[in-house]
Every structure is written in C-alpha cells, then in structure tokens.
Design a protein around this ligand. Sequence first.
Ligand code: NIG
Length: 396
Amino acid sequence: MAILITGIGELTTNDPELGRPRDAAVVLDGERIAWVGPAVRAPAADERFDAEGRAALPGWVDSHTHLVFAGDRTAEFADRMAGKPYQAGGIATTVAATRAAGDAELAANLRRHVDEAARQGTTCLETKTGYGLSVPDEVRSARIAATVADEVTFLGAHLVPPGADPESYVDLVRGRMLDEVAQFVRWVDVFCERGAFDEAQCERVLRAGIARGLGARVHGNQLGHGPGVQLAVRVGAASVDHCSYLDEADLAALSGSDTVATLLPACDLSTRQPLAPARRLLDAGVVIALATNANPGSSYTTSMNFCVATAVLQMGLSVEEAVWAATAGGARALRRDDVGVIRVGARADLQVLDAPSVTHLAYRPGVPLTWRVWQRGRAVLSRFVVEEGAFATDHP
Ligand code: NIG
C-alpha cells in the first residue's frame, strides 16, 4: 500500500541532491520510499496524509544502546548526583539482575524500551549484549536482541565478571562465547577503559570477532584519556563511542579514517563527565554520530531529541549538524546507507515534528515534538489528541 505524505513545510533528506526542500511530499510504498519531490507534483497514492506545513526528517538512527537488561540502578544514579563518581564496576549490578531474569522478562523489557524509542522517532536501533557475561547468558541476550533490534552487537568484553580471572575470561570471550553468539550478531564491541579491559585484551577480542566476519566497534575514552580511539582506528572499527577525552593525535587518527566518533551526550551528563568535543571533531573533519547509549547505569534515556538539543545547546553544533549526526551519522556508524536518509529506495523510516522546522528541536528543548512516525512504511505513532478545551476550568 502506498502512502502519500504531503504538505511538508520543511523536508530534511540528508541527500545532497535533494537537500532540504520546502512544500515537499514523500510517497512510502511498502517498506521503501518510492517518490520524493515538490508537493504540487506528487503522484496519487492509496492513502494521503497532510503534514499541514510541519517539518519531516528521517527517523532517528540510535546506533548505541544496551537494552537487554533487567533490574534498576536508581540508587546508584542518586549517589552519583550526590557526588559519587561513575565506575565501570556498576555494570555488575545489572549483570546479576539480568542473569536472574527469565527470557520473557528480558524480551518484554527490551520491547518496552524499543517501543518507547519508536514513539520518540527512533526507527533504527542498535543494541548490545554485555549484561550476561557467561556463555549461556550472552547467547540468550543476543538471541533476544536479534528478535527486536535492527543491529545487534556482542559485548562479552564489557566487564570481567566478579570472581573471574581477567585473562581466562578474555580467552572465553574470544573463543567459545564468540563461537556461540556469532550467529545472532553483526558486530563485536569492547569496553576499553580502566576498570574494564586494557588495550591488548581488547585487541585480541576484536581481532577474533573480525576473523569471524563481524564488524568492530569500541567503547573508548569515556572516563579518561586512553587507547580506545587509536585501537578503533587501527582495527578499522566502524565506530568508537564516547570520546569524551581526546588529544590531538586522536583527532588526527580519526580524521584520516573510516571510523565514526559516536558521541553520547546523555551519558556524559548522567555520569558527570565532560561533554565530548563535538565541535573540535567536526572542525577536524571527523564524521560524528549522536546516540542515546540507553542503559540502566550510565544513561537511562531513549530520547534522541534530548541528545540533539544537548548537542546544539551545549556542544556547539548547529541544528543541521546535530540532526545529521543523529540520522545519517548513526547510519554511517552502522555502515548502512538505507536508513538515516530520505531518497527513493531508502527504508520508509520518517518522522514528522509538531513544528515548522528542525530548529525547534533545540529551540523548544524538552517539548515532545514527535508528531508522527513511520517505520518500514508502518505508522508507529498516531499521536493522541487532547480534546479542545479539555484543560478549561470554570474558574474566573
Ligand atoms: O556505554 N561503558 C560501558 N558500558 C555502558 C555502561 C553500562 C552500565 O553502566 O551499565 C556505557 O556507558
């Protein structure tokens, strides 16, 4: 069935030839975009939807989440806000809760968060294992993730499980664990940080994943300066994520590479780390992505709108740069060209804001501007409408 979305006041396409046309229309046909152009020349379709001058853009591509988990870390968050530093070891709390949960509980929790993200305009989402840290728990995390997420990443090297010997655990991750998980995942990731895994351990895991045909990703330079960025570039990782602490050599390595710097502003704020140097990265010619890092420990939000607003208000990006990073940038970090863009043949993932331009994402921070969302051509958000006068009172 073809749907004509017309009356688009401002259309962000991320396609260099199409640009950002005004008074535009888009036709979604099944799971693909079938036509893009001026509203006055739009072809007929089975259904017609009038955006009445609102802004439309690609659905968000959230290229970094950790949503296969159980349990809650509210108390840890409260302690942090009272001044206690974030530490990698907090992951163990979620590992214990995740191991204790049944498959149905894990799947329902994942689905609930993915639905929450979709209602806020996220139409393509990556998620990771990493709260199982045993062969059976990592395998079931990957299996459950693969039923819901667009992209699944194996993060056995998230933390050395309490009581395990680090070197033996690395051997398990790059050996039997990888063998059993590989069928469910496209990516291998490592947490290269003090308190997690060192450079040599990370490289062994990444090289083993690459040898199995997986793409590489790295968590690096999150809690202090470290070797994560250089390692990511060296192994040809699609993305190095966090990047809060970078030196000039890191910027130079990234700018001459195919590795995207994925910035996670909600995590920086929630862990009281400095916001990643987005402006310096862009000025150095590095491709950046913005993602939520949704997880119960360091960044418990699924809101890409929040990340975009923060990138503009506090990280020195223009709205256009931030929107690109949260759509096409996320696609680049996942090495995909079918999402994060509105052009003929791309996946029919599109959101309409209750605003005339994307500028409102930063101009009106915190306001729920997501108005309509289509994912693979299917409407996932039909916004509820408050009856006119519902909030009227009889008071004079
Ligand atoms: O990206 N850095 C490692 N992993 C997550 C944190 C997960 C947690 O604290 O539970 C992150 O911030």
